[in-house]
Write a protein that binds this ligand. Structure first.
Ligand SMILES: C[S@+](CC[C@H](N)C(=O)[O-])C[C@H]1O[C@@H](n2cnc3c(N)ncnc32)[C@H](O)[C@@H]1O
Length: 420
């Protein structure tokens, strides 16, 4: 509680007797009517002003509950919570830029280009692709330094979409600072790379942890889309894989991968195959094949089957799955097509007009994709391995993360076995 004069901001309050203050405040808090941006103010010896919310709904409720209490606008100091909110990087950026926009006559409309979220890599911040794109921002001298100061970083870069050039080269440009080299320490593994040349998927953490929990000490693993080692490294460092064959065609990512193998002391158990995994020259040695490419790793399925050892093994197949094909406000879905296969297994089985919840739609879409994948892999096993004795068994389907609205990144663990 405070006195009326200290650091005041005009706010609406409910005036109550001091002895009732605690109870009324608790009731206001319980009902979400208390304004936690301001502090209570003592009025003389026996009254207290309790800050209240000012929206119509709250006021109607307060009037109904306490019709006899006086409401008054008062100068009330900001609460600690509100002061903390003002000190956030986001608040600092917004207030500093508002001031500069005013000074340099920049239209208020461009406020939409001030970032509200960003990625922080220690002293380097990457802002979204939509940030500060209008020409007018160049009117502010030293803009990048101002932004970096508000966001408490030394280096600043701006995102663009990951390139659709297949090698998923990064399209990040440096705005402040020269080097884009960063290091992430993640579950005891150090990953270094240049953000302007390679991409890093921070969202795959659950899958990395899953891999880390396995015992692969007697296994040979093939990682077809190794990148800088997102999955290769947990296989080696935590799952203790006997050997990993890591394939990667982006030369920058392959160089970072080699460095990361060295930095984590596991180079001796990894062979890096630099090139297109579809042409991977490897005999059938794999107990496990990781296919970590989204939106789809289907191009790599023939190679995965080819490198599986004769008795079979496990495939970890990544994919994006779209789980809402509804139109308008009718909750309906129809025919998500993942193609058919040569066994005539059609995947266009999802043709329903019944109402489905989001969770049910997700389940259906995953089931659909999973059965399509199983039948494709089985058919590849028959063709490539030259035997009809193969069987596939879905062991687990992991939902890794939401990739975009109605699109989830999933991993299917598919066991492939040949009967004796
Ligand atoms: C880094 S991304 C995904 C890595 C990780 N699975 C993830 O989700 O973060 C996939 C990597 O596969 C590589 N890649 C894509 N197609 C490839 C191919 N046909 N042969 C080898 N590497 C490929 C890309 O260059 C990229 O580095």
């Amino acid at each position: 509680m405070t006195n009326e004069r200290e650091n005041p901001i005009n706010a609406l309050s409910l005036i109550v007797q001091l002895k009732q203050g605690k109870e009324i405040r608790q009731q206001l808090e319980k009902r979400g009517l208390f304004d936690d941006c301001h502090r209570l103010v003592l009025l003389g010896e026996d009254q207290v002003a309790i800050p209240i919310r000012q929206d119509m709904e709250s006021l109607e409720f307060i009037n109904r509950l306490w019709p006899d209490f006086i409401q008054r606008r008062l100068n009330m100091p900001l609460s600690k919570k509100a002061q903390a909110r003002l000190n956030t990087p986001s608040a600092k950026l917004s207030s500093e830029l508002s001031r500069l926009m005013n000074q340099y006559n920049i239209s208020e409309d461009l406020k939409t280009e001030i970032p509200r979220k960003w990625e922080k890599h220690h002293d380097l911040v990457i802002i979204p692709a939509t940030s500060f794109i209008s020409e007018d921002w160049t009117k502010i001298p030293g803009l990048w330094k101002v932004v970096a100061k508000c966001l408490s970083c030394q280096r600043l870069a701006r995102h663009a979409c990951v390139a659709s050039d297949g090698i998923r080269s990064s399209q990040i440009t440096m705005l402040l600072g020269n080097s884009g080299q960063v290091t992430h320490l993640d579950n005891g593994i150090s990953y270094s790379y240049d953000i302007t040349k390679c991409m890093f998927s921070a969202g795959n953490i659950t899958e990395k942890l899953r891999i880390a929990s396995w015992d692969c000490s007697r296994e040979i693993v093939v990682d077809l889309y190794a990148g800088i080692g997102y999955f290769t490294l947990p296989y080696l460092v935590h799952a203790k894989a006997a050997h990993v064959h890591a394939c990667e065609w982006n030369p920058h990512a392959a160089a970072a991968l080699r460095q990361n193998l060295k930095d984590n002391g596991v180079s001796d158990r990894c062979s890096v195959h630099e090139g297109d995994c579809r042409q991977l020259d490897l005999p059938p040695v794999a107990d496990r094949v990781n296919l970590g490419l989204i939106p789809s790793s289907e191009d790599g399925w023939p190679t995965a089957v080819r490198v599986l050892r004769h008795g079979g093994g496990m495939l970890h197949i990544h994919s994006n799955v779209e789980h809402s094909l509804s139109t308008g406000d009718r909750d309906e879905c129809s025919g998500g097509s993942y193609g058919g296969d040569e066994n005539g297994v059609s995947s266009s089985v999802l043709d329903c007009t019944i109402k489905l919840s989001g969770k049910e739609k997700l389940q259906q879409a995953c089931t659909l994709w999973s059965s399509y994948t199983q039948s494709r892999i089985l058919s590849l096993l028959h063709t490539i391995k030259g035997s009809n004795q193969w069987s596939v068994r879905p062991v687990h389907l992991e939902v890794v993360k939401s990739y975009a609205p109605h699109i989830v990144h999933v991993v299917l663990d598919l066991e492939c076995r040949i009967s004796d």
